[in-house]
Design a protein around this ligand. Structure first.
Ligand code: F6P
Length: 544
């Protein structure tokens, strides 16, 4: 196949010329020229409200961005995804996280087979299992009720579950606790179980492939920990371990009864799997009903993405704005700033979703890209970030577009806290956009030598995304918003958002180095001189 480079398309060239024309126009100028801008430039969908007025865009910029989306074939690619075509070309797979939240009765075919009934069968099995754990009917091998669920997984098999557990704590059964072990660093496991009773602990081994080194190492350690704590009889494993995987053979090999395995499919990417069986810990924590609401929120955003006009389509607008800043303004990162403590792990979750998806430098046809792709996504919850890195966003030399996330209501309405919190969302977006001029600083009586230090140039773009309250449906909509924004970016850049070959090389080298580190005799090292020296030094100094 051969694809036109997006940079060769008429809309790209028109955008480049347009960018020159608007170079000197500030966000302040745009607001001054149009009294209705703040009310006009918003979009709504699936319970989310997006104010994108504080961006460096005119109506013409938006028209050109939408034209670019059309010229790059976004709509056809979107349809191809929703209809189960194998758009993940390098792995010859369909990309159907949208099928995970399709209503029962929908039809989505992969290789001629409707996958929706299987999705709902797994959801029902998960629901039945979650209910038995929540009700106490599921007991550990000694007859004790399960109190702690430990999810062992990494990447997409960890970040989604831990993010959602934290985000939906308000909805969780407080007599149960979920913990998450991901890192192969033994400290992660040791600290997670330090105060747990094996008799009351259930492990969920979550791994799409069931071969990931970190997860398998932690799973073996967990098995040993359970056996040591419960008398050493391998029969206890069945009451303390369940698995979530696509690989039944490996699950059985590990010793987990495949009756206690919850499956998913190769058309679910790891970073898109929160709403598959990978969400089992979330479902146990919040219950099947709330999990269904979470899926409902995803589905509402899917519908919006599929049907809303591109000009009013939240993920499309956010994806295109990211392209604009990345390719026409030289921005290298985007900050995501949730003003909601429950979303404290959302930026970490987004790091994988965005960067494992769009950190690519070849297009789908194997040709090198001719533009910048995948910005770095990062962030921290507000207001904490304000007292840490916002200095750089306000007065530094990098342009960092920001997504502010806020909610009209809090689950913890304590005195004036929520108004304080949300006043900061609006204040930060206003300060970034409009800044503070030297005249304003002088008018406050600031001595002249201090004036340059206290000036805020402004003209720094942001989106403000608001919703009523962080409930399961809203979380689903928010995650799907970013999933589809990432898809929009990838479609414009002509890259495959759904493979991750870039993580392979390090994995392969580590396998080789493990043998060298553990070799009882001095290994013959054939790495570069730095790697050789590091291995020798570690071998000489490590704890024996
Ligand atoms: O190494 C990257 C990766 O493949 C991610 O894409 C994935 O989410 C993670 O590893 C975990 O993979 P698995 O669920 O197969 O253990």
């Amino acid at each position: 196949m051969s694809l036109p480079a997006p940079t060769d398309l008429p809309a790209w060239k028109a955008l480049a010329a347009h960018r020159e024309r608007i170079a000197a126009t500030t966000i302040g100028d745009l607001f001054a020229a149009d009294a209705t801008r703040g009310e006009r430039m918003h979009a709504e969908g699936a319970g989310l409200f997006l104010d994108y007025s504080k961006n460096r865009v005119t109506d013409e910029t938006l028209r050109l961005l939408v034209t670019l989306a059309r010229e790059t074939g976004l709509e056809a690619r979107r349809e191809a995804m929703f209809s189960g075509e194998k758009i993940n070309l390098t792995e010859n797979r369909a990309v159907l996280h949208v099928a995970l939240r399709a209503p029962e009765g929908a039809t989505i075919n992969v290789d001629g087979e409707n996958v929706v009934p299987a999705v709902h069968a797994v959801l029902k099995a998960m629901g039945a299992f979650a209910d038995t754990v929540r009700s106490g009917a599921w007991r550990g091998a000694s007859g004790k009720r399960i109190k702690t669920i430990v999810n062992i997984g990494i990447g997409g098999s960890d970040l989604g579950p831990v993010m959602a557990y934290e985000a939906l704590r308000h909805y969780s059964d407080r007599s149960l606790t979920c913990r998450f072990v991901s890192n192969v660093d033994g400290t992660d496991f040791a600290e997670a179980v330090v105060d747990l009773d094996p008799a009351e602990t259930l492990f969920i081994i979550s791994s799409k492939t069931f071969t990931t080194l970190e997860t398998m190492a932690n799973a073996q350690t967990a098995r040993a920990w359970i056996l040591a704590g419960m008398g050493g009889d391998a029969a206890v494993v069945a009451r303390h371990f369940v698995a979530v995987s696509t690989n039944a053979a490996k699950v059985a090999e590990f010793g987990i009864d495949t009756a206690n395995m919850f499956g998913f499919w190769d058309w679910v990417g790891g970073r898109y799997s929160l709403d598959s069986a990978i969400g089992l810990s979330t479902m146990i924590a919040i219950g099947p009903q709330n999990f269904a609401s979470l899926l409902g929120g995803f589905r509402a955003m899917d519908e919006h993405f599929r049907t809303a006009p591109l000009e009013q389509n939240l993920p499309v607008l956010m994806g295109l704005l990211a392209v604009l800043y990345t390719d026409f303004f030289g921005a290298q990162s985007i900050a995501v700033l949730p003003y909601e403590q429950y979303l404290k792990r959302f930026p970490a979750y987004l790091q994988q979703l965005t960067m494992e998806s769009n950190g690519k430098s070849v297009r789908l046809d194997g040709q090198p890209v001719t533009c910048s792709t995948g910005p770095v996504y990062w962030g921290e919850p507000g207001t904490n970030g304000q007292h840490s890195f916002y200095q750089l966003i306000h007065q530094g030399t990098h342009l960092i577009p920001c997504d502010f996330l806020g909610f009209n209501r809090s689950h913890n309405q304590l005195g004036r806290h929520h108004d304080y919190l949300i006043s900061n969302v609006f204040a930060q977006a206003e300060a970034l956009a409009f800044g503070k001029s030297a005249e304003e600083v002088r008018a406050e009586g600031t001595p002249e030598w201090l004036v340059p230090h206290r000036v805020f140039a402004g003209n720094r773009p942001s989106n403000v995304i608001m919703a009523d309250i962080l409930d399961p449906a809203t979380l689903g909509a928010l995650v799907a918003l970013y999933e589809h924004a990432v898809f929009t970016q990838g479609a414009v850049w002509g890259i495959n958002c759904f493979d991750q070959w870039g993580v392979e090389l390090g994995k392969q080298l580590a396998q080789k180095i493990i043998c060298e580190l553990e070799s009882p005799t001095e290994p013959k090292l054939k790495h570069d001189s730095s790697t050789n020296a590091l291995i020798r030094r570690y071998r000489a100094r490590r704890a024996k």
